[in-house]
Design a binder for this molecule. Sequence first.
Ligand code: ATP
Ligand code: MG
Ligand code: MG
Ligand code: MG
Length: 469
Amino acid sequence: EKLGMNEIREKYLSFFESKGHLRLPSFSLVPKNDKSLLLINAGMAPLKPYFTGKEIPPSRRVTTCQKCIRTPDIDRVGKTARHGTFFEMLGNFSFGDYFKKEAIPWAWEFVTKVLELPEDRLWVTIYENDDEAFEIWNKVVGLPPERIVRMGKEDNFWEIGTGPCGPCSEIYFDRGEDKGCGKPTCGVGCDCDRFIEFWNLVFTQFDKDAEGNYNPLPKPNIDTGMGLERIATIMQEVDSIFDVDVIRGITDYVGKMAGVKYGADKKSDVSLRVITDHIRGVTFMISDGILPSNEGRGYVLRRLLRRAARYGKLLGLDRPFLYDVVDVVVEHYKGAYPEIQERKEYIKKVIKKEEERFKETIDQGLDILDGYINDLKASGKNVLEGSKAFKLYDTYGFPIELTKEILSESGMSVDEDGYQKELENQRLRARSSRKEDNALWEKDIYSTMKDIETKFVGYEAFKSDAKVL
Ligand code: ATP
Ligand code: MG
Ligand code: MG
Ligand code: MG
């Protein structure tokens, strides 16, 4: 009997509770008092003040399952087995309490005793000069030296923005030759999906300041992050994170709506996976108080929604459909995140409104872009003028990333400097005379908010994002 994703989450959290950790609920995707980060992208991100000593943690040992968004991975979503823009990160944290000699053996115990993964399929990496970690893996855990791989700074030194950072050690699972690229160089660290990285143990010894200095922390910390979808992929012996029980439920639902079967065609599979990924992120972002806008977090949300809508179009889904998928997302995730159940109707309304808004212009925009592509081809060029990309953005609501993505499918790109100039000009114009059409959209979303206002009174993340309107 295979463990479900929801069961794995619970096993992890209770295992670390048994090691003296306090279980905390996931923090909001909206960072608090942290200008270096747009959206929470790791379990440790909302805990930074505890690592730096700015705030006193409720316990020196904490365990969480944290919602995360990573837009830098967006192009990989649906193409690799292992990347989402939305995912959950399991973590155990020590704020100046235990260090490597506890963290490493506990990780091993969880993976081999609780999850019962076969030891001979596990590999680890360490930072090139971290002999302490080597000794623990080799002598205490008993891992043979040939399965402990030393890697450089890029892979095994962990930092996000400013704040706590340090060397790390990662655990990989060998899914077997049939999952690999087959190249003779294939091994741990290869970009293919055979050796899948699933757990990162970070030995936080430094605090990086705004000037880029690495200041040693008085007491070293532990920060680990294990991708829940990835460990579930390994445990359930499925192809990708989109085949994990909970997530497959969403993928299949979207497939049914579109009348395509998941697994039948490579291209439509990518569309199904992208939609499945983005709708989860979108649901949680709106639940955390973010609204579609042209700036900051709101822009990330809009970009995900519009990208998903376009992938829907590729599947022939011409009507607003994403809001409908929220029901399935909530069904699967409400156990771990009861708040999305409470806010479901609101989330659906916001999504539907954004879908309807984009629907008015997406067809025209796609036609125009198609025309641009043909013109470029005819004249033997492959870079779209910035002003044209700007027109698609300004008049047809195409986020620049969407335009770029569609162009790249024909081997073309955008003059981004030109685009940025147009955008800047518009901002200057808008500043001098507040534009009517923007105000209209604001009113629109404002009335949506008003409908459910009572539910959100006092909800902080919501307030903090209201300013991007
Ligand atoms: P990768 O090299 O595969 O992109 P990473 O090294 O960027 O992953 P970390 O920053 O070490 O990832 O994050 C800790 C863990 O979170 C990873 O080991 C992985 O299990 C999970 N994770 C990271 N990025 C993603 C993603 N885009 N989708 C799903 N899980 C992820
Ligand atoms: Mg990555
Ligand atoms: Mg990595
Ligand atoms: Mg990593």
